[in-house]
Design a protein around this ligand. Sequence first.
Ligand SMILES: C[S@@+](CC[C@H](N)C(=O)[O-])C[C@H]1O[C@@H](n2cnc3c(N)ncnc32)[C@H](O)[C@@H]1O
Length: 372
Amino acid sequence: MNAPNQLTSPFDTLQLERLPRDNSHTLRAWDAADEYLLQYLHEHFNETQQPLIFNDNFGALSLSLHQQNPTTINDSFVSQQATLTNQQINQLDTNIQQLDSVSALPPAPLAIIKLPKNTRYFEFQLQMLNHYLPAGTPVAIGAMVKYLSSNFFKLFEQHLENTTTTLAKKKARLLLGFTRGGAKKPTLAIARQQPETGLTVFDTPNVFAAGKLDQGSRFFLQHFPDLSDTESAIDLGCGNGLLGLTALKKHPQLHMSFVDESCHAIYATRCAVKAMDVAERATLQQNHCLQGFEKHSVDAVLCNPPFHQQQAVGIQIARQMFRDSARVLKPSGKLYIIGNRHLGYHLELKKHFKQVKTLASDKKFVLWAAHS
Ligand SMILES: C[S@@+](CC[C@H](N)C(=O)[O-])C[C@H]1O[C@@H](n2cnc3c(N)ncnc32)[C@H](O)[C@@H]1O
């Protein structure tokens, strides 16, 4: 029987950690779709050098295939960091290239995709493959059956040719096909007027709430805090940037740092900052929470935290955001945080802040202000 963090595949045996670490050991850093993909790749592409690997959450695929010198493409900063951490844990002297999710793809004889969470981003990745790789390049997609909606199937059949699917194994399936080639480069950011804020926001394929306004963000906007005495603030987990942009619009004295772990979120926010002409009052950073931010350096943090990490539900990231905010805020600073009532964030906030006040609430949401 394997140790809980040990992935054994036909390629290698690896010790793999999630990031942030999950001490409960209820979640592993890979799933049966990764195992199925590795078995298939060993049988059919054992010698193939320099494949592209998309959406490898914690490095299970790219580190197992390290001898094939893969390029791994990730929208998630946390996934990139997890891959590096796991590379160090396993002392692998490898040549894995890490690429972000907006750059041109290098030539490759094979593309491996771990199904992403959203269909827009899946379609974008298939379009990128058809733009950058020649027709006939094999594509192997691994997915857990519970996430494979009919929309994913439609896109798979629309953008690839000679498609087949495998039988399910441990509730995972593989979708196999070949690029059609000859596609236009897909559009990365589309401008949209947001009537609720009067802002021009930008939708990128993997940004949170593309094409709509999240209900939690709407509630936050309806009860937006007064930041007139605030010089510096952070929009933590900024998505398309609407909270930070709203603050910049209302308060001309303010400087805003936009932080998100998603490259598509930072790209979308950068487009909006440019459209609003506030670049001199904004900095943007792809980061895991507030890593590297100085202690006691900002006046306010605005946050609508995630309660998913990729497909896994949980508040580990929100917890890290609270901890980091408590460290980075000045003693007089405040964290403004919106959450679903049932998540009970106030209990978690009280571990890090002396005062936790409800600013507004309804049946579904609560907006808190926390300070030391
Ligand atoms: C609920 S969305 C909120 C987006 C936006 N602020 C809004 O209100 O519409 C949470 C955001 O947190 C980002 N996020 C998730 N994990 C993160 C992490 N570890 N560090 C920074 N941002 C993260 C997600 O990419 C997502 O954009």
